[in-house]
Design a protein around this ligand. Sequence first.
Ligand code: CA
Length: 218
Amino acid sequence: MRVLVVEDERDLAQTLRRALEEEEFAVDLAEDGEEGLFKIRELSYDAVILDLMLPRLDGWGVLQAARGAGIRTPVLVLTARDTIDERVRGLNLGADDYLTKPFALVELVARVRAMIRRVYGNPASTVQLGEITIDTAARQVWRAGTPVELTAREFAILELLTRSRGAVVARSTICEHIYDEDTDVLSNVVDVHVAALRRKLGPDVIRTRRGEGYIVDG
Ligand code: CA
């Protein structure tokens, strides 16, 4: 999954990037509100972590413009002040969750994961696909009760396809969700990962739609 961090304090931004990358997210950074809004409009992120006090355009402005443009990407707002006014204002503008600075990184990661599950309509962390069980919180997969070892990219692809069950997901969309902006991606890389997933999970879990992409049946 790919996350955008909009934060002008560089030390904090780098700390967040490292913590999220350790949890196998692809992470992009934006240093001000205008850059953040540009990236939110141009790229399909799974979640945005948005500081409120930002140069050029503050977090409220980013949120208002993104929601006004019909972009539904889940947004977790970081705020220095924890007041009811700020919470209400953020919720009215379309924030999905809140965290008050300073916060524990482990809580931030847990909240981002929970927000993504909630917004994409699967509040439980465990998903069943035939004989395959996926725990998106613990990042574990079982096939007929036996643990399956997946790489971070393989897990990310399986998670994305599962979230989009019943719909075809294009290779380009898969790339956007699993790689950050600094990674050069070979054109067949998704096919290579899917081939590995099929070896581990069985041939029928992920199906190919020729010329369109991949699908997990809903
Ligand atoms: Ca700030």
